[in-house]
Ligand binder design. Structure first.
Ligand code: PAF
Length: 284
């Protein structure tokens, strides 16, 4: 265990387990906040939720290679452990787990977690293998830490549903807590990848949130979901997004087509603006 700017930091699964076992023996409840670093106010909202709902909070920092496709930004993904440690220490988090790649994926690692249904649609169609990478690492982190609660942002809404599915299916004894998306004043959802936007793109970016909100209002007012999706796609293209991967009105839990009136629905979208691929979602 080393102290990184006043937050204790462990780098092995054994040290993580040791520390968390001590907490549990002291009768403390444990919150886990999995991250890939590059912490921003969205991550800090997860940390604050954990601090308010559990006794001790452990934050994981691991840029998971298995959830990056060929040609994606694994090598340039924003990260600075010193800055992240200082932010976490300032917020009052209790432990940072920052393992090296070969600590998580030991030589010979051969197991993957694949979630069918909700893990096979939308994002997965544009980033093949993404949810298998996420599901595998989240399963490992949950089993390594065995927290009482784990905190995920609604910004990655499909990821949240995939994580809920796998914890239920694999009987992992953890409560998954969803934390609302944190936005800039103009509505842009916070994301590490916003750093890729140039000035003009940054000015255009809030159109993503404005468009899905307007599409959600259309559906709430009785418009056919397919009509709202087509309208949203067109609006995003006109705002300069290229390509628009999807604008989808879906059942809020299964993310399958929203065919059952009366069930909660969600509008989800993904589109590229220059180097940045942005995703966002809102409830109907
Ligand atoms: O949302 C993220 O940052 C990642 O997908 C997660 C949950 C930390 C898994 O690597």
């Amino acid at each position: 265990v080393t102290d990184n700017d006043a937050i204790a930091c462990v780098r092995t699964v054994a040290a993580l387990r040791h520390r968390l076992r001590d907490w549990r023996e002291d009768g403390l409840s444990v919150g886990l906040v999995p991250t890939m670093g590059g912490l921003h106010a969205g991550h800090m909202a997860l940390v604050r939720s954990s601090l308010s709902q559990t006794d001790h909070t452990a934050v994981t920092l691991f840029v998971n290679p298995k959830q990056f496709g060929a040609g994606e930004d694994l090598d340039t993904y924003p990260q600075d452990e010193t800055v992240d440690s200082a932010l976490l220490a300032g917020a009052g988090a209790h432990l940072l787990f920052a393992p090296a790649g070969d600590e998580i994926y030991r030589e010979g690692h051969a197991t993957a977690v694949r979630v069918s249904g909700v893990g096979e649609i939308l994002e997965e169609q544009f980033r093949p293998g993404f949810f298998e990478g996420v599901a595998t690492v989240v399963t490992k982190l949950l089993l390594q830490a065995l927290p009482n609660k784990a905190f995920f942002g609604e910004k990655d809404y499909q990821q949240l549903q995939v994580v809920r599915r796998l914890t239920a299916d694999l009987n992992i004894p953890v409560e998954i807590v969803a934390v609302p998306t944190v936005r800039e004043e103009d509505g842009l959802a916070l994301s590490s990848r916003n750093a890729y936007l140039d000035e003009d793109e940054r000015r255009a970016a809030p159109a993503l949130y404005q468009t899905i909100r307007a599409a959600a209002e259309k559906v709430a007012a009785g418009e056919d979901p397919a009509g709202a999706e087509a309208w949203g796609r067109d609006a995003l293209e006109k705002a300069g997004f290229d390509p628009v991967d999807y604008v989808a009105v879906r059942d809020a839990e299964t993310l399958l087509d929203s065919r059952f009136p009366g069930r909660p629905a969600r509008v989800l979208a993904a589109a590229r603006l220059g180097r940045a691929r942005l995703i966002d979602n809102v409830p109907v």
